[in-house]
Design a protein around this ligand. Structure first.
Ligand SMILES: [Zn+2]
Length: 208
């Protein structure tokens, strides 16, 4: 018991009072009991600890700042004035309504104006925002807005196609339905030709 008391202040997190690993494990144990299971039986004994580790991975995006990732930009673009597109990068996120997986792909494009970044940095921005509790609309907007603010490009385009497990394994039980969201800024919003160029890349990429 003394040990339990001691570990209550191990980790700070989120808003409000800090929650220790021990408290989080205890909460998972309570849910297992609520399901009607015995959290003490062999197969489940280590499950709260495993869940804790899994959650740490699912929500690693709270510890990182996507704007920081885009800090290192290159300014020698040598007059490059074509769109740059990261195509169909995969991601896993969790919906904030059911903490159910959102599994999808993102297409991220921008038309640079002086500043460019390594393409892997765009993938990192997708990764960081997806490792948080999300709704797909906000995930899409956050990726676009962060790139827009960091690179001040002539335009940014983000399309996300994803399957929501809260629709597959519960609720309406619909398999194979993707939710598509997009955010178009700058030239991608104002110039139909630029938008079409990006969207044709997105559509030619889709493997259904
Ligand atoms: Zn959901």
């Amino acid at each position: 018991m003394a040990l339990r008391q001691e570990s209550l202040t191990e980790h700070a997190s989120g808003a409000g009072a800090p929650v220790s690993d021990r408290q989080a494990e205890e909460a998972f144990r309570t849910i297992i009991r609520w399901i009607g299971e015995d959290p003490g039986r062999d197969g489940l004994n280590e499950t709260p600890r495993r869940l804790l580790k899994a959650y740490r991975e699912y929500f690693a995006g709270y510890d990182e700042d996507p704007a920081q990732v885009l800090r290192k930009t290159f300014t020698e673009v040598d007059g490059y004035d074509e769109i740059i597109v990261l195509r169909g990068v995969t991601f896993e996120s969790h919906c904030e309504h059911h903490i159910a997986p959102i599994i999808g792909r993102a297409w991220v494009g921008y038309l640079p104006d002086r500043r460019v970044v390594g393409i892997s940095k765009l993938a990192r921005v997708v990764e960081i925002f997806s490792k948080r509790l999300q709704i797909q609309e906000r995930l899409t907007a956050q990726i676009a807005n962060t790139i827009d603010e960091a690179l001040k490009p002539r335009g940014v385009a983000v399309v996300i196609k994803a399957a929501h497990h809260c629709m597959i394994s519960r609720g309406v039980h619909k398999r194979g339905a993707d939710l598509v969201t997009s955010r178009m800024l700058g030239v991608f919003r104002d110039q139909p030709a630029t938008r079409s160029e990006f969207l044709s890349l997105v559509n030619s990429d889709s493997h259904e």
